[in-house]
Design a protein around this ligand. Structure first.
Ligand SMILES: [Zn+2]
Length: 447
């Protein structure tokens, strides 16, 4: 048998509903909130007042047509509560402080010079200490970490972090919560980018229920959203290690012919050296090639370099067609440094994806226009969302009923009901500043 909710639980739930509605629809007026949440006018009126008093929302101003009263509009209070988002990446650690809507207010970045456990955690804590110090006594509602590698969201653990010695099963969430006493989330970086893309991107990802986001730079990561739910399993979307050519070169993971050997920037560099028949250490006459060098040569028309990007597009299409044959993806968004060279592989990617689809259909391919802050911003967005969804609001304050009582007495007097008995459950709605509903009496039972 279902347990009935008590009035305190209903109040908490309604406050959360309104708070999320203000976040999603703001600036929004009370009539619009009522239409959107389907709560009663009394509840909307009363609870927006509570949320405003508690500092969660603020009135923005008034809006209205030429006729009738103008309605106050509300937005989330972005001045008093903040979140921290951190991107844990082998190339460096980036930290942003955002407001409750995920808009960055401050940014910090530091390279990791010592690629081991101490080196990484030292930079992580140094940046977080600096960020917290810069916020003085402002409230930080949570810390979100977008980590490369493999992550266990449930236990807040970074299971594997590429290129870092001695990094295994690091309980990042626990380390942060013990050190700062601030709730911490640990997520896979592509999931965070997907979140940032939904909120701030130009790809229109938010419109779709089934989509994927690929991050392609030195490696390849992917986030998948199926039926509106983002996959959070630790081994969910390792597209970089899908085998696209079982006779292919050995991958860093130990298998052969993985996608990342052809389609990541490091993979392209390895294929270049394989093709020219030497390694980065063997020649002294030519400068060591990196992906910039190879891309520049490809743009200039070099046959070999162009063929490497053709191969990247073709194998990306093969791997993505596999995903699309398994899941009903409607859109795929690409993010990361490799998208700087999209003109070199986009056509092959689209053609190869279409050629290898079982059920031929149009799948939108888009390139993210978000900047390098996207993973950290996405991590902060998750923290803000968790804070708004799980907020436990203070118990209802005792209201000042004095103006309401005066209103009731005045009404009674005017209506000739002074001193008469009233029906139970009927009362007044007070428009004075007492906070709204005080028990409206619509009908009176004569004594
Ligand atoms: Zn692999």
């Amino acid at each position: 048998m279902a347990t009935p909710f008590n009035s305190a639980q209903i109040r908490q739930s309604n406050l959360r509903t309104l708070l999320l509605a203000v976040r999603d629809k703001g600036p929004v007026s009370k009539p619009e909130l009522q239409a959107y949440t389907q709560l009663s006018w009394g509840a909307v009126s009363l609870l927006t007042g509570d949320l405003e008093r508690m500092g969660y929302i603020v009135p923005l101003g008034k809006r209205g047509g030429a006729v009738g009263r103008k309605a106050s509009e509300y937005v989330i209070n972005t001045s008093d509560n903040f979140a921290i988002g951190i991107e844990l990446h082998a190339l460096g650690i980036r930290l942003v402080v955002t407001d409750l809507l995920g808009k960055p207010q401050k940014q910090f970045f530091q390279h990791i010079l010592q690629m081991d456990y101490e080196g990484v955690t030292d930079v992580l804590f140094e940046l977080t200490d600096s960020a917290l110090k810069s916020m003085e006594n402002r409230r930080i509602v949570g810390i979100g970490i977008a980590a490369q590698g493999v992550v266990d969201y449930e236990t807040k653990t970074s299971l594997y972090f590429p290129r870092v010695r001695g990094w295994e099963n690091v309980p990042l969430g626990k380390l942060f919560e013990e050190r700062y006493n601030i709730k911490t989330l640990v997520m896979h970086d592509p999931n965070c980018i997907l979140d940032a893309e939904k909120h701030f991107g130009t790809s229109g990802l938010g419109k779709y229920k089934n989509a994927a986001l690929l991050r392609i730079d030195k490696g390849i990561g992917m986030a998948m959203m199926i039926d509106g739910q983002v996959n959070i399993l630790p081994s969910g979307a390792e597209i970089g290690h899908i085998c696209v050519n079982y006779n292919g070169p050995r991958c860093v993971c130990g298998n052969y012919g993985c996608l990342s050997e052809y389609a990541s920037l490091d993979g392209i560099v390895r294929r270049y050296y394989e093709a020219v028949g030497n390694g980065p250490q063997s020649g002294t006459e030519a400068p060591p090639a990196d992906h910039h060098f190879i891309a520049t040569r490809a743009q200039a028309g070099d046959q070999l370099c162009r063929s490497l990007f053709d191969m990247m597009g073709s194998y990306l299409g093969v791997a993505l067609s596999t995903v699309c044959n398994l899941f009903p993806l409607e859109q795929i968004v690409l993010y990361g440094e490799a998208t700087d060279y999209k003109n070199l592989f986009d056509q092959q990617l689209r053609q190869s994806l279409y050629d290898h689809l079982y059920l031929k259909r149009e799948i939108q391919i888009r390139y993210s226009t978000l900047n390098v802050q996207a993973p950290a911003v996405g991590a902060a967005l998750s923290v803000c969302d968790s804070f708004l969804r799980k907020s436990s609001f203070p118990r209802q304050e005792k209201r000042n009923t004095e103006p309401a009582e005066r209103f009731r007495q005045a009404f009674d007097l005017r209506a000739g009901y002074a001193g008469k008995k009233r029906s139970v459950g009927q009362g007044y709605f007070c428009n004075d500043r007492c906070g709204g509903l005080v028990g409206i009496v619509l009908k009176h039972t004569m004594a």
